[in-house]
Each structure stands twice: as structure tokens, then as C-alpha cells.
Write a protein that binds this ligand. Structure first.
Ligand code: GSH
Length: 201
């Protein structure tokens, strides 16, 4: 399988997944902002010009959450996902999708408004609103982790998605001082050798 990857982006999730599963993969590396991400041959694979994209034989798939689900279904041999009949399965789906659905939108706003836009075009109202929203989204993770080390039973694809999103949020300065479960969770995940290898990839 080939992963189109840029360091410190959501494609870290897919490298992390492969490392956890011990599956072989090839990396095609970009740097964010690389014109190659807008080149016609890459846009054929990913019309948004974004990462990650996974190519597996004749399958080309984007959207990090979909890639996690796809790889676990086709290549996971039952690892990193509760069985459909398990009581953890609905929680697993919820937290698998929570990363992109609820955490990353305010994270995106903060990145755009504090890093990407030229200073003259930044809007503090947008930043304040996104910071508040992000705190509420992380508060739900705090509650979801009560009495648990991972979001849905054993470590799973849901932790790769939402754990990565929590890590990015905290690296961006999200205040987790009042969220001890989230802080411990981020530390627990970042201690995993597979995640460390993914951050370094
Ligand atoms: N919802 C998509 C988001 C993909 C995305 O926005 N990726 C960012 C990196 S984290 C990207 O490729 N940005 C490059 C750009 O906007 O030019 C996913 O989860 O895969």
C-alpha cells in the first residue's frame, strides 16, 4: 500500500495505523504547500489536493477516517476494532468519526486564523469562538474517557483518529488543564512506539 503523506498532518494517522498493524507500506512524501499536491497527476488521486490518500492495488481512497475503516476491514484481521456485535462497536464508530466531525473544524479555524492568514486578515472573533468550541468538544472526550484508558474498549482505530485530533489540539495550545483524562490519554498514546514512528515519518 502506498500512503501519500505530509509530516505533521492527518496522514500521520494512516502511518500510525500501519505501524500498529505491522503492515508494510510505502510513503510518497509531500511538504505542506508543495506544488506537487496540486499537480494534475496527484489531483487524479485526490481531487482536493490533500493528504492522506491511500493507494492499495486498484483502490484509491482519501478521508483519513474512511482509510482507517477500509484498512481495518480489508487488512486488519479483526485487530484495532471491536466486533460489530460488541457493545463497544457503536462507541467505536462514534469516536472514529468524532475527530473530523467535531474536533478538527475548530482546529482548522484556529490554524487558518493564527497561522495561515496574513495578520491583516486575521479575525480574533473567529479565533475566540473556535477556542471555546474546541474546549467543549474536548470536554466530551474528557467525559468519554471516564474510567477508561481508550475510547472504545481496547486501543482501536477510534483512538488513532480522535487521539491524533486531541494531540494536534493540545499542540496548538488547547487548554486541557481542566481535562485530566484527555491529558493522560494524549500522554498514553504518544508513548506508543508506533505513534512515535508515525510522527517521525
Ligand atoms: N477530512 C480530511 C482532511 C484532509 C486535509 O485537510 N488534509 C490537510 C493536511 S492535515 C491537507 O492536505 N492540507 C493541504 C492543503 O490544504 O493544501 C481527512 O481527514 O483526510
Amino acid at each position: 500500500m502506498k500512503i501519500y503523506h505530509a509530516p505533521n498532518t492527518r496522514s500521520v494517522r494512516i502511518v500510525w495505523l500501519m505501524e500498529e498493524l505491522g503492515l508494510p507500506y510505502e510513503l510518497e512524501r509531500f511538504k505542506l504547500g508543495d506544488p506537487g499536491m496540486r499537480a494534475p497527476q496527484y489531483l487524479k488521486l485526490n481531487p482536493m489536493g490533500r493528504v492522506p490518500t491511500l493507494v492499495d492495488g486498484d483502490v484509491t481512497i482519501s478521508e483519513s477516517g474512511a482509510i482507517v475503516q477500509y484498512v481495518l476491514a480489508r487488512h486488519g484481521r479483526g485487530a484495532l476494532a471491536p466486533a460489530e456485535a460488541s457493545p463497544e462497536f457503536p462507541r467505536y464508530l462514534q469516536w472514529l468519526h468524532y475527530a473530523e466531525g467535531m474536533i478538527m473544524p475548530p482546529v482548522n479555524t484556529i490554524i487558518v486564523e493564527t497561522i495561515l492568514l496574513p495578520e491583516a486578515r486575521r479575525n480574533q472573533v473567529n479565533v475566540d469562538r473556535a477556542v471555546k468550541l474546541l474546549s467543549r468538544m474536548l470536554a466530551a472526550v474528557e467525559t468519554g474517557l471516564a474510567g477508561r484508558d481508550y475510547l472504545a474498549g481496547d486501543f482501536s482505530g477510534a483512538d488513532i483518529m480522535t487521539g491524533h485530533a486531541c494531540t494536534v489540539a493540545s499542540r496548538l495550545g488547547a487548554d486541557i488543564a481542566d481535562k485530566p483524562n484527555v491529558a493522560a490519554y494524549i500522554a498514553r498514546l504518544n508513548a506508543r512506539p508506533a505513534m512515535q514512528r508515525a510522527w517521525a515519518a
